[in-house]
Design a protein around this ligand. Sequence first.
Ligand SMILES: *Cc1c(COP(=O)(O)O)cnc(C)c1O
Length: 384
Amino acid sequence: MEREFYRDTWVEIDLDDITANVQSMIRHLSKEQQIIAVVKANAYGHGDVQVAKVALEAGASCLAVAILDEAIALRNHGIKAPILVLGATRAENINVSAEKNISLTVYSSDWLKNAKQYLSADKKVSVHLKIDTGMSRLGVRDEQEFLEMMDIFEKEEVFQVEGVYTHFATADEVDTTYFDQQFEKFTQFLSLLPSQPTYIHTGNSATGLRFKEKTFNAVRMGIAMYGLTPSPDIRHLLPFPLKEAFSLHSRLVHVKMLKKGDKVSYGATYTSPQDEWVGTVPIGYADGWIRKHQGGEVLVDGKRCEIIGRVCMDQFMVRLPSELPVGTKVTLIGEQGSEKISMDEVAARLETINYEIPCTINFRVPRIFLEKQSIIEVRNTILL
Ligand SMILES: *Cc1c(COP(=O)(O)O)cnc(C)c1O
């Protein structure tokens, strides 16, 4: 495929890795358990439409996003699979979800009463009931209110209860005390249900990987689908290897020799300790490659090289092992030869979790999608 962008910085998404991760999870789960592929936030920065398609082809039965807008964007791209909105949706937008056949999360009796008022006469909407068992985020936590909601569901046929679920706060931690308490609470709520909905689900990736017997009949697979471990603490507990689908690359656009004592970038915070080669890399904090990367490493010519001086809005400088030609590939996240800079290394450098890294490499960096080793698509915008 022809290149459709002009900058020398891009993300590669290996869709075969996504397929492999979904299929590994399917093999790991029991036969009746389904996969809800979580593609919120532009599929954690990987590309929502492309990831949704391959996840469904690989065997996921349903998609989940955070907000209604994301679900509509998927529908607008022709995706017909069931989609669940995990976050809150305004009651007055209920007709949009009904028209587009998008399932909503419901979490309070007030919301239900309100939404009923807005729903057009001929419409029905599918909902998943969210129970707050300890996240204190979204969900009903009071049994009385839960029963009131059951009453509304019974009277108002406009709400079709497709699922019931909860979310664990500590599924990726070694200590399972709080997880067990949440699980206990969820089973208490389940015992109050008059009938079983199609989906009962508790599990994010960590739960699916570690406690499949506690995920009921579906797993909401996010981070593991992208090949990232939910937390470094449980890496040794993973039941199958994960394949990192996201890599970030650029190219040297200017190479020069600095003399001992020369300074680099804003604030002149770096001084060359000797004569040395330096390269300019065209990515900066406006792409999500933030200033905190100063002092971290990238791969150039298969070797680890230090980011020197402050990261600018659109560029940064790297110390080179020798003179290298303009156009030499720079890998910021991913592999070059036998060297690898993992998402976890980058997350540790920024003192955060791996989830945050691909999400914050923003739309200015085009995504190139690889499948069976060839480029299948280039995309540099989100939600269009
Ligand atoms: C984001 C999200 C998930 C996915 O979690 P991972 O840890 O990425 O697998 C699952 N459930 C809910 C409610 C979420 O918000």
